[in-house]
Design a protein around this ligand. Structure first.
Ligand SMILES: [Zn+2]
Length: 264
């Protein structure tokens, strides 16, 4: 056999082997569970400036478990650290018994503008159609022209209605505590406190279920007053949070999602 023929045959054989390895890797990637990310993404609405607000079901999540946990990274644009918890959650697959949904950013315009409020200068967390009260348009907690007037409010409402979670954790800053919702027993707040080390605290001066709670139009009041089978809890991170603590909190979200015994 001539030398050039041997060289060409060798090259062709090598090419075939490489093509085989490449095809096998593609097949393997499409069949093995991913390290993290979204298994399903739904658009629940848009911000005032037209940015899509999406909810993502984490990879590995059970489908229709009737026991989903929804984690919301942020509602206030100048409180970004909850998004770090979401980013950690997105790096790892969920155990198949759990169902975790995340909304990384409920106020994308506020994040760009580095402001608590949305692009209409409305505090979304005073705009929900529950115990809504008119307020001063120049106040940082301006509740908007009418209940649920803001697209971001409607997006979060749509997310809860579509996903129908049994537990919701929404992150805020900077009080470094887990609020016990006045409409519910403190069970979930206490459990999260136990795992993360943050104190479980009822709103100062107001015990769980107290009629003296003066907050109006908030997301958690809306959820807890509208959906008897869903408990929404506010998790206040501190002003700054070490990465190790963010990791602990992300792990706590996985633990909570797995523990159906801690339902109210
Ligand atoms: Zn906040």
């Amino acid at each position: 056999m001539k030398l050039w023929l041997i060289v060409i045959e060798g090259a062709l054989a090598a090419l075939a082997i490489f093509a085989g390895i490449w095809a096998f890797q593609i097949w393997q990637d499409s069949n093995s569970p991913k390290a993290g990310g979204c298994q399903e993404t739904i658009v629940v609405g848009k911000s005032v400036n037209g940015v899509e607000i999406t909810a993502c079901r984490l990879i590995g999540s059970a489908i229709d478990s009737k026991n989903a946990l929804l984690v919301i990274g942020t509602i206030h644009g100048d409180e970004p650290d909850g998004k770090r918890v979401i980013d950690k959650l997105l790096t790892q697959a969920v155990s198949k018994e759990s169902e975790i949904w995340v909304i990384r950013d409920g106020n994308p315009d506020g994040a760009v503008l580095v402001t608590r409020r949305n692009a209409n200068r409305v505090d979304i967390n005073r705009n929900f159609p529950i115990k809504w009260e008119a307020s001063d348009p120049t106040a940082r907690t301006y509740s908007g022209p009418s209940p649920a007037s803001e697209p971001e409010t409607l997006a979060l409402m749509q997310a809860v209605q579509k996903i129908q979670p049994t537990r919701i954790v929404v992150f805020h800053q900077p009080y470094a505590q887990i609020d016990c919702p006045p409409e519910r027993p403190a069970t979930i707040s206490d459990r999260l406190s136990q795992i993360t080390g943050y104190k479980s605290e009822c709103i100062p001066g107001e015990k769980s279920g107290s009629p003296t709670n003066t907050y109006t139009g908030t997301f958690t009041i809306w959820v807890n007053s509208t959906f008897p089978d869903t408990t929404a809890v506010t998790f206040e991170l501190g002003l700054t949070t070490l990465d190790a603590k963010i990791q602990t909190i992300a792990k706590a979200m996985r633990t909570l999602a797995a523990e159906t015994a801690y339902l109210p």
